[in-house]
Every structure is written in structure tokens, then in C-alpha cells.
Design a protein around this ligand. Structure first.
Ligand SMILES: [Zn+2]
Length: 93
């Protein structure tokens, strides 16, 4: 896992306690296309209600999400006979 940046951990907006370095998921719902990016390094509240990304990570997640939405839309256009499609892409560290 990505090492914790040498920064003060952000506080949870709800509990006002420092969040812990760990992993979180990001879900992007564009109506007919749903993209889930899992295992993103970041700070998470121990109660699970808040997350914060390290500098640069959010940009990278958004870039990845845009690419995956493009792939899904392209696949749907080229294979309309399969209206329901689901992909799992795993990068092993
Ligand atoms: Zn919290």
C-alpha cells in the first residue's frame, strides 16, 4: 500500500477526530454506467463515515474513472446485443 504522506491526518467532519491511514472505495454513478474503484489509499474515519485523499490521488481517481466510463460506453455501443455488462479489472500489486 502507498505509504502515508508525511502530513497531519485530517479530522473527520462528523466526529472531529483524526482519521486513520487505510483504504477506501470510490463509486461514480452516471445513471446507466456505474464505476467502482476499490482499494484507494486515503484517510478514513474509524466509524467509516468520512474519507480524505492524499494530494494528487483524487485527480488520479477521476482520470481513471473517466477512462473506465469511456470503455463501458464504447463496449455498449459496439455490443448492443448485450445491454447488461459488467467488468472486473484487477491490478495486482
Ligand atoms: Zn467520523
Amino acid at each position: 500500500m502507498m505509504p502515508e504522506p508525511n502530513l497531519k491526518p485530517p479530522l473527520c467532519s462528523e466526529h472531529r477526530i483524526p482519521m486513520a491511514w487505510g483504504e477506501t472505495d470510490f463509486t461514480f454513478d452516471e445513471g446507466d454506467v456505474l464505476v467502482v474503484v476499490r482499494h484507494i489509499p486515503g484517510w478514513v474515519c474509524p466509524y467509516g463515515d468520512d474519507t480524505a485523499f492524499a494530494p494528487g490521488v483524487a485527480d488520479e481517481v477521476i482520470r481513471t474513472t473517466r477512462e473506465l466510463v469511456k470503455v463501458a460506453k464504447h463496449a455498449r455501443e459496439t455490443q448492443p446485443q448485450f445491454p447488461k455488462q459488467e467488468y472486473l479489472v484487477r491490478v495486482v500489486a
